[in-house]
Design a protein. Sequence first.
Length: 376
Amino acid sequence: MSRPFLLIVTRHYPPEVSGGARRPFLIAHGLRDRGYRVVVASPFAPDDEPDWIRTPHPAALRGFNAASKKGEAQEAQWKSKLRRMVRWPDNEIAWAGHAVRAVLASKLRPDWILTTSPPESAHAAGERLKRALGARWMLEMRDSWIEEPLRAELALSGLRQSLERGIARRWLETADARVAVSEALSGEMKRLGPGAASPLSVIGHFAEPAPVPAHFEGPGPHFLHAGSLSQSHFGRRLGDLLAAFSTLLAKMPAARLHLVGRLTPVERAELAVSPIAGYVTYHGEVSYAQSRALQAGADGLILYQKGIDALPGKLGEYLECTAPILTIGEGSWKSRLEGLPHWELVDADEALRAPRRTPANALTDTLDMYEAVLGN
């Protein structure tokens, strides 16, 4: 029996370094290795991407780092805020339209279309392409949309939440398959789309095996947080992370904190005046390979979430390493770590005495689950 032809429509894809970019990349390349034809429609792609449809986006025209630098310019800040207020469900809806036109111009006829959010606008492309091409549509949510929104304009407006709830319901009840990255998100999808009859699968965060570990200078131990803070969720405050690490320093004065990922200008200024700045190394934005190597070489990996139910996406990468998981932040998300050994960051001295973990090696099982969805 021939395998179905899959089209992945995604706003984020390498060479971007976010987890939202890596997930569709691993799905595409993993399924290709299993004999599937997979075409990716995205603004960016690696030079050696074998089957790619370019979906125009301003960030791609300026270079993919432009999107990460726009917040540093005052003009870009107010323009971005205005777009978020007037575009629905988010400011990527224009890109979704470009994606639809690019796919239709390609004349391809996929059997399945996968759209993954955030941004939620990706699903607008999925709905339109399903209708235009007669393909089946798999709608995947990596983060909460309505109940624990990442977008400040959605969190602050009950009217907007109500309107986007209607959009979510229509899309979820139209999709032929739904995928959530956690049981918590699966519950939200059920509540947002109560009339949905399509299969709902939970396929958690995952990553490929860890690379050769990086070497850190100095005695350590070296503790690492990968990913952005307030830019990923407004509840993640650098000050709370620094305060917890300061408490740990009282017990482990040789400890060092490594921050891998983008900090905002305000966060960088906060770090510069912190009394423990000398114990912190800010690596900034690095390549995905560098980030994974630093994770593999760390003595402890910091998982930071605050006030929400969802697990951070970096957990998938951390689970491919052997270092202990160290947590910071309140919320029910910690209950979802049940069965996984973890410690509070301030108790890292205890964590270092525990046996090292065995890497999860989750990629094979994850691809099996996507194959099962495509086979329905």
